[in-house]
Design a protein around this ligand. Structure first.
Ligand SMILES: Nc1ncnc2c1ncn2[C@@H]1O[C@H](COP(=O)(O)OP(=O)(O)O)[C@@H](O)[C@H]1O
Ligand SMILES: [Mg+2]
Length: 231
């Protein structure tokens, strides 16, 4: 399964992490067309992405979701010295690094792009939610910084905290909208009033949100927010 042992790639090859100013579980490097995330800690009970979750998510080939390529694992023993029923030390295979497609970030804020960019991103989010629902996976960690504003639509990255869930539809719809709410707030301002306006725009299902944005007839999200804030 492993094309390359990314965790052994030397820093003289990888250079400096690209997420230097972002607190996180790992260091992310650009390596040509791919991004490599090396986790800082690899232990029995760390919350790095789990191998079966990685394999599951790797099958998703949708524009809205990061294209996962490959991962490297390490087998680690439980440091609390617990044992299985045969008296052997408990072990786990833990993901120590993974690679994904590297996405170039657009120079322009999402809120300044034509409204079709937002609408297209929401359509793609809908497809992603359907796919995750089928796999009984629930989205977590819906921060604006786990998005890449790519050329045609928004791409969700960082699925570290995604989990199995029996009935994830409602939560997933809520979470994908949260990603956008967070991004718009980051890009516009973090004022209380903006938060209120954005919350109202994104309430209900993804479809309701799409309808609301469409019927606003504004050319960009920034203009829509400015108009709503003036009311
Ligand atoms: N596939 C990718 N393409 C482009 N940039 C990426 C990619 N993966 C991560 N990054 C950059 O690295 C940062 C941290 O990555 P992320 O997976 O969110 O890890 P963490 O939140 O654990 O630090 C992201 O916010 C983004 O700027
Ligand atoms: Mg992140």
């Amino acid at each position: 399964m492993e094309i390359y042992n990314y965790s052994e790639l030397d820093n003289s090859v990888l250079g400096k992490p690209i997420n230097l100013d972002k607190g996180s579980r790992g260091d992310v490097y650009r390596y040509g067309d791919i991004a490599i995330k090396k986790y800082r800690s690899v232990s029995y009970d760390c919350d790095n992405i789990q191998l079966d979750m990685f394999e599951n998510l790797r099958k998703i080939q949708l524009p809205a979701f990061v294209e996962l390529i490959d991962c490297t694992t390490e087998v680690v023993e439980d440091e609390r010295e617990t044992y299985d029923i045969y008296g052997r030390p408990n072990k786990r295979e833990v993901v120590s690094a993974y690679s994904s497609r590297f996405y170039e970030t657009s120079d322009e804020f999402m809120i300044d792009k034509p409204m079709d960019y937002t609408l297209n991103s929401l359509y793609e989010f809908k497809k992603l939610v359907e796919e995750l629902n089928k796999k009984d996976i629930v989205i977590a960690d819906s921060h604006g910084e786990n998005l890449i504003v790519a050329d045609n639509n928004i791409v969700i990255i960082d699925p570290d905290l995604y989990r199995k869930h029996k009935n994830p539809d409602k939560i997933n719809q809520k979470r994908v909208k949260e990603y956008l709410r967070e991004l718009w707030l980051d890009e516009y301002d973090r004022e209380f009033e903006t938060e209120y306006v954005i919350k109202n725009l994104f309430k209900g299902s993804i479809d309701e949100t799409i309808d609301r944005i469409k019927s606003s007839n504004e050319s960009t999200p920034r203009k829509l927010l400015a108009r709503e804030l003036k009311r």
